[in-house]
Design a protein around this ligand. Structure first.
Ligand code: SF4
Ligand code: SF4
Length: 168
């Protein structure tokens, strides 16, 4: 059931990415967003992510496990995602919702436009954003996690924590 939801959710996001294609610079090997965040995710998403982790081959599994152990020791606020291996997401089909939405600019229900961090780094929407104002129409749907969860009461998403807090 969750997988069917993900399929539909991804299809909806694909339309958004297509709509904004001229402002989107996402491509294989671009990893800024997987190296500089705290990756909030719910218990349900974490359980699904761990399914992906358990399916990794031994070499990848061991590398991810070492990264996780390092994070638990150092406890940084912002950190590279431990599932990023050789510039690619090793658990891509099982990645959290934040990772799926990330890269899009959307209007929150409080009227604030949420831009991806990389807009300040010459990437997505950077040509439509001068550091303060934007000159394009953001997607008119609040894609924050809490709003996505509220729209899908059929799932028990559970509490949200930073990825590192699920490991600690
Ligand atoms: S969201 Fe930004 S940092 Fe992430 S892949 Fe796309 S362009 Fe690169
Ligand atoms: S789970 Fe995958 S897509 Fe999400 S931050 Fe980690 S490496 Fe990036």
């Amino acid at each position: 059931m969750y997988e069917r939801f993900l399929k539909e959710f991804d299809a909806k996001l694909a339309v958004c990415f297509e709509r904004d294609a001229s402002a989107i610079k996402c491509q294989k090997g671009c990893t800024f967003c997987c190296e500089n965040a705290d990756y909030p995710l719910s218990r349900l998403e974490m359980e699904y992510l761990m399914q992906g982790f358990l399916q990794l081959d031994k070499e990848k599994h061991d590398r991810v496990r070492e990264k996780i152990k390092h994070l638990i020791r150092v406890k940084p606020d912002i950190y590279p995602c431990p599932f990023l291996l050789n510039g690619e997401c090793s658990v891509y089909p099982c990645r959290p919702l934040t990772c799926r939405v990330h890269g899009l600019a959307y209007m929150r229900c409080d009227g604030i436009v949420k831009l991806p961090e990389c807009a300040r780094n010459g990437l997505n929407y950077s040509e439509n954003f001068d550091g303060q104002t934007i000159n394009f129409e953001p997607i008119k749907e609040d894609l924050n996690l809490d709003k996505i969860f509220a729209a899908h009461p059929e799932f028990d998403f559970g509490e949200i924590r930073s990825m590192i807090d699920w490991f600690s």
